[in-house]
Ligand binder design. Sequence first.
Ligand SMILES: [Zn+2]
Length: 307
Amino acid sequence: MAKRKKRKINVFRLFILGLICVLLIFLLGFGIKKILFSSKETPIIKEEKYDEIVQAGFTIEEAKELASLSNYWPSRLERYAAYTKADTLEQRVMEVNCDMDLEPYAQTTIVEDDTDVTYLVNKFYALPDGYVPDDLVGLDVFACVQGQDYSCQDVDVIQLRKEVYDAYIKWCKAAEKENIEIRAIAGYRSYEYQKGLWDYNAQIHGQEYADSYYARPGQSEHNTGLAVDITFNGYNFNEIENYDGYEWILENAHKYGFILRYPEDKVDVTRYGYESWHFRYVGKDVATKIYENNWTLEEYYGAKEEA
Ligand SMILES: [Zn+2]
């Protein structure tokens, strides 16, 4: 009998102990929940953000690193996961933001607003069909002369958008003081012109050939009126990088709002071969930022927060 009673007491004790444990666990859980929910940092939402990244195939550490990058674009998560060429996550994000994970012309975003002169036109961003800037101005000075300068654009007068025209004149005047006579050999080119050029070459040599040598209509920077091809002191435009004076042009372009658009060491980013003569106007501030960071226009956007 005594033994039985003892066992009964033990069972009762165990039961009470269990009850206390359950109660403790419940209180503890409740307490943690309360701390989490009452904190203003809302870590619950943050954890969910990591969840999504982890589900895309990243480790929790990688997820935290990705989420901490200011230029992490949530809409490109799947593309970050699929692209494995870069050495670091930071590089991977930048390269995917620059569309380096895509084949040229794999997708096209139409640029509708031309009021911000920094907008991107490349093998992924295009102008609307038949786009014509409404503030083109004829270049009356610092322009090549037909029949006299090699590769002078075959038009009555080279045109640029007004803001670009003003900046270009200032740049040329400053160059003149250094005995560098800059001449524009090409400026605005129409949508129809580019279409004719591309269509003709695609018809004769095939689409692949046309794509490797000519921008598709609406995807040439010359269609924007923001780009200018230059030469100086009478040199052939495609050899200017070999002459004294070119260094000055490169080092000072940003002060007037221009950037070398297709640098030799950025072919994999711009998806264009080196063009020592092609300069793009983006305004002084953005040009300086691009110059100081040794970026392309693609990287300038790639370093920003998601638009
Ligand atoms: Zn050009």
